[in-house]
Design a protein around this ligand. Structure first.
Ligand code: WTA
Length: 644
């Protein structure tokens, strides 16, 4: 481990830092000693209709209740739009860069405000009211951000479904939260290809009676079916609307959005975030972690379909009055220099991406990077999965020319925003470590029995107390919320991650310790892939595990037991791969399928995944104790027929 490679904060960075090491220490001390005072002050960074007088009211025990700023009243869209109009109305709020390198667009805060108000008026006209759920299934176009903010404007709770998800995945998410409206586009564009969003939506909506209106943005102009009475073109719905729309007053604890995410069991759960605490956290972390300065060009390459896009493309940067770059394309198209071409074209100062992209680009060497001017870059960020030291160093040396600090930001959909990360002017970096917690964040390690571990050691990562951006519940299932996050180690928030703390107190996230896998920075529940597989007529049983993958971090390895009499053929293997893509979406594409006449089970019928993970990883030497298996011979068969 590169524990001892410490890259100290450079003097020229420390000198101009928004937060210096000493200031960080003071913030940590105050946030820990007096959270109420600290967060009351930080709450002033957003716009309130009525400022909160009650700050923190949280409990991780019993029914688990998390409330921040509970008597405050606000509207998230006002913090992101209205309050900037006087000071930076003509500044670019969203700089959109198309998939096709010859296309881009600039939307100022004034224009964005107007577009949001028009859509919000149209939504109200269609009966959408405070508390209603609205599903957004969009490509990376400006309308996606407009749709989010328009929901916030009218008090509707948005639920974004990533545009790469299948009709089935879309339908089950719409059904779970009974959305009344869907906002989508004719088609999306990615890497020169078209994504049939409206056609997928039509397929999904056959099973979604709760949706009474669909608003469709015209993006590619591709032909789509429009159902009279239900489907409306965006322009028809919005163009004639007034350019002002009164923001709905929301209590700080009224929901802002739901975002479905995978867990170790069952269907994806609707992570619910509320308004006040989330907005404070988004603004606080965006400004401090990225050392954001007014006027800078800030680019987060995520998709708005994931939490990173919510917090660090839309809510955080817009709350802070930044120019946020929104990219429709992919890093590899038209060629592997695309990221750096965009950095040069728009003079990007702060760049935030995922390790999987870095690893993929590393393969092509320095050429495609060095070809483009990156002198505008000041801060580099990483998110979504552990970044291996090799990728970290390449990012630092090749992309950042050893000038730019790297912020490796650890967080989750559930945490709303970043929890562990260097502040670039305050915390020296170690390649591969997310370094230290942000002020007010109290991580700890526990062993499997829940005993707190001290000093340099490794264990399960828990958080001891609440922070404003924390999720409040699982939509419609508070019991599942308690069960998932607070029952394994009672009284503590369990992250599902493992971590190591070194002798300097630095945190190294080692990856999930549950049955969630992280494929190219996308979270995937093994149970979801298994249930897609067993839904196929030829499959009797399936067990899915993660396997190490050079680029994607983890790949999907599936063990499949066929129905008696079905022949295991290559054609069937291909068919199953296509089947999973259709059932869930391309991000769930299995990397390997192994035919398994039997699975290693205990005598009580529980599949021993530990063994399956080892075989997938080709670590068949130390399989450990297999004597408790009902039939130890299946293991030999699985080892002999390993794929890849
Ligand atoms: C992983 C994405 C190591 C982790 C924001 C977490 C990371 C899961 C990092 C959440 C990081 C995220 N280092 N691992 N910097 N960031 N992870 O909900 O396993 O899509 O639990 O949120 O990604 O994924 P999610």
């Amino acid at each position: 481990m590169a524990d001892d490679l410490m890259i100290a904060v450079k003097p020229e960075i420390a000198e101009h830092a928004r937060v210096t090491a000493a200031q960080r220490e003071a913030m940590v001390a105050e946030a820990t000693a007096d959270p109420d005072a600290f967060w009351a002050k930080e709450a002033q960074r957003i716009a309130w209709m009525q400022a909160p007088s009650i700050i923190k009211n949280t409990s991780f025990t019993g029914d688990v209740s998390i409330k921040w700023f509970e008597d405050g009243v606000l509207n998230a869209s006002v913090s992101c739009l209205d309050r900037h109009l006087a000071t930076r109305g003509d500044q670019v709020a969203i700089l959109w860069e198309g998939d096709d390198p010859s296309t881009d667009a600039k939307v100022t805060y004034r224009q964005l405000h107007e577009r949001v108000c028009k859509l919000a008026n149209a939504m109200r006209g269609m009966g959408v009211a405070k508390g209603d759920r609205v599903c957004i299934y969009m490509p990376m176009i400006v309308e996606a951000a407009v749709a989010m903010l328009a929901c916030a404007r009218v008090g509707a709770v948005h639920s974004i479904v990533f545009g790469g998800f299948s009709p089935d995945s879309l339908a089950s998410r719409i059904q779970d939260s009974e959305c009344v409206m869907l906002i989508t586009a004719d088609e999306g564009r990615r890497g020169g290809r078209k994504v049939p969003l409206k056609a997928n939506a039509d397929e999904a909506l056959k099973a979604c009676p709760s949706i009474s209106n669909v608003i469709v943005a015209k993006n590619t102009g591709g032909a789509v079916a429009m159902q009279a009475g239900r489907d409306h073109w965006w322009a028809d719905a919005c163009d004639a609307q007034p350019a002002e729309c009164a923001p709905e007053p929301m209590n700080a604890e009224d929901p802002l959005f739901i975002l479905y995410t995978s867990g170790s069991t069952g269907k994806p759960k609707g992570v619910l975030h509320t308004t006040g605490g989330y907005m404070v956290w988004a603004s606080f972390t965006h400004e401090n972690v990225f050392d954001y300065r007014p006027g800078e060009m800030y680019w987060c390459t995520a998709d708005v379909g994931w939490v990173t896009g919510h917090t660090y493309i839309v809510y955080g940067p817009l709350a802070n009055g930044a120019t946020t770059l929104m990219f429709e394309g992919v890093p590899s198209w038209p060629d592997n220099g695309r990221f750096w071409q965009v950095v040069a074209k728009h003079k990007v100062n702060i760049f935030y991406t995922a390790p999987t992209a870095i690893r993929a680009l590393m393969r092509d060497g320095e050429g495609p990077v060095k070809k483009h001017d990156r002198s505008s870059l000041r801060i580099l960020g990483s998110v979504g999965e552990p970044i291996n030291p090799e990728a970290w160093l390449w990012y630092y040396r090749v992309v950042g020319d050893e000038r730019c600090p790297i912020v490796d930001t650890w967080w989750q959909t559930e945490t709303g925003g970043i929890l562990i990360s260097p502040l670039p002017g305050a915390v020296g970096q170690k390649p591969g470590s997310a370094t230290l917690p942000l002020p007010g964040v109290l991580p700890a390690l526990v062993d499997n029995e829940g005993t707190l571990l001290e000093g340099a050691t490794e264990g399960n990562l828990v958080i001891l107390d609440s922070w404003p951006g924390q999720m409040r519940t699982v939509y419609g299932d508070h019991e599942r919320f308690i069960q998932t996050y607070f029952s394994t180690f009672p009284g503590k928030y369990f992250t599902g991650d493992g971590a190591r703390r070194d002798a300097d107190g630095y945190w190294w996230i080692t990856g999930r310790v549950d049955d969630v896998i992280n494929v190219a920075g996308h979270r995937m529940g093994t149970a979801e892939v298994e249930s897609a597989l067993v839904a196929h007529a030829s499959v009797a049983e399936a067990a899915v595990v993660g396997m190490p993958h050079d680029i994607k971090g983890q790949g999907i390895y599936a063990y499949v037991t066929l129905i008696a009499g079905v022949e295991p053929t290559d054609a069937l293997r291909k068919e199953l791969v296509a089947w999973v893509r259709k059932e869930i979406g391309p991000i769930a594409t299995p990397d390997a399928i192994q035919w398994a006449p039997g699975l290693p089970k205990t005598r009580s019928g529980k599949i021993m995944r530990r063994i399956l993970r080892k075989i997938a990883a080709n670590e068949t030497e130390g399989l450990g104790d297999t004597s408790t298996l009902a039939d130890p011979s299946v293991v030999t068969d699985l080892i002999d027929n390993r794929v890849g």
